[in-house]
Design a protein around this ligand. Structure first.
Ligand code: PLP
Length: 399
């Protein structure tokens, strides 16, 4: 009786923690560590967002509970911004505001998946998708993708993975960790499969505003009105407005699911922090100039990071369409002497880069992609150049 819940025994802790601890140790010893491991923009939120939050505090209007699923103001701002940026207009009854997109996804998992249900997740995947599915007792079904297909799941692979137990499919576009994004045509092919089966489609669009070279993100509800009754869109302000710490994300779901999410949230977190909701509304409704500026900065960094990685002997890297990650094939580095043997895995590569070049990255294995390493370019161009140089130096010396 005095043991912990079985529910969590199969759930993996965040695999990036060991790396983060080692990076912190190196920093405390006075070393410069190049942070290519972070999953958040290094910018500050737009000034007007912070001003709006301060004004709300000073007016004394943000010290109490709000409606469980979000204030009317924020929901109105989400609906208007979704129409402006995504090409379809949800109603407030479809919106559930949560403490970040991760929380929104978790609430959806609680509201949707039963033990025995299968949830299809293409690999490479964001680490939380399969773990959240497991926490609620359902089964993640991983569909492998290929780099030659841009790490995108094709219709035939999706069709093969669907069984009568399939409850949902989770898509992430643009993707963490690969930066790959689905074109409208690729999405339409997947939607045709979804149409033929009685399943839910969850689309995580948290990186939708960060696409480059004119790549146009397409939102599923904008092209598949007929699937609205079983499409769930996840979004938030973390990545677009550099507001990770404010913890505001949301889901767009059919109203009958919104009602269930309201119950889930009313029995757990109640509402997202009131002042953060004010800040999020300001971000969505105000000038979008800062979004463009940050996107332009990320676009430059992307080229620098990918070209830098490509210049390293033994590393290959595809040019991603969006997000702020470069996902590199590092198998060419296997065999380099390391500890008492040689480098044998992406986990070894990531630890070796940290120890020898002081470059923090994230191994692909926890993302379901052995052989790859994720390099975040949410850092300055100077750091990108410095980190790439440091990697080049240790790789050259090891050869
Ligand atoms: N979805 C993906 C794919 C992410 O990479 C992240 C953050 O890393 C999230 C959701 C969660 O974002 P939030 O800060 O809104 O919880």
């Amino acid at each position: 009786p005095r043991k912990l819940a079985d529910r969590l025994s199969a759930v993996a802790p965040s695999a990036t923690l060991a790396m983060a601890a080692q990076a912190a140790r190196l920093r405390s010893q006075g070393h410069k560590v190049y942070s290519f491991s972070v999953g958040e923009p290094d910018f500050e939120p737009p000034r007007h967002v912070l001003d709006a939050a301060k004004a709300a505090i000073d007016k004394g209007v943000v010290s109490h509970y709000t409606a469980v699923t979000g204030t009317a103001d924020l929901k109105a701002a989400i609906c208007a911004a979704t129409e402006r940026d995504r090409g379809y207009r949800p109603t407030p009854a479809e919106i559930t505001v949560s403490c970040g997109a991760k929380h929104a996804l978790f609430n959806v998992a609680l509201g949707l998946y039963d033990p025995g249900d299968e949830v299809i997740i293409p690999a490479p995947y964001w680490v939380s998708y399969p773990e959240q599915v497991r926490i609620v007792g359902a089964t993640p079904v991983i569909v492998e993708t290929r780099e030659e297909n841009g790490f995108r799941m094709d219709a035939a692979s999706l069709e093969r993975a669907i069984t009568e137990r399939t409850k949902a499919i989770i898509l992430c576009t643009p993707s963490n960790p690969t930066g790959s994004a689905y074109s409208e045509g690729e999405l339409r092919a997947l939607l045709d499969v979804v149409r033929r089966h009685d399943v839910w489609l969850v689309v995580d669009e948290i990186y939708a505003d960060l696409t480059y070279d004119g790549f146009r993100h397409v939102s599923v509800p904008a092209i598949a009105e007929d699937l609205r009754s079983r499409t769930i869109v996840i979004s938030g302000v973390s990545k677009t407005y550099a507001m990770t710490g404010w913890r505001i994300g949301w889901s767009v779901t059919p109203p009958e699911l919104s009602k269930v999410l309201d119950v889930v949230q009313s029995q757990s977190t109640t509402n997202a922090t009131a002042v953060a909701q004010v800040a999020a509304a300001a971000a969505l409704s105000g000038s979008q100039d800062a979004v463009r500026e940050m996107r332009d900065a990320f676009a430059k960094r992307r080229t620098r990071m990918v070209e830098g990685l490509r210049s390293i002997p033994g590393v290959r890297c595809r040019m991603p369409e969006g997000a702020f990650y470069a996902f590199a094939d590092v198998r060419g580095l296997y065999g380099i002497p390391y500890k008492n043997g040689t480098i044998q895995s992406d986990l070894d590569v990531a630890m070796w880069l940290l120890e020898s070049a002081h470059v923090a990255s994230v191994a692909g294995t926890p993302f379901g992609a052995p052989g790859y390493v994720r390099f975040s370019y949410a850092c300055s161009e100077g750091d990108i150049d410095g980190g790439i140089e440091a990697i080049c130096a240790v790789v050259t010396a090891a050869r």
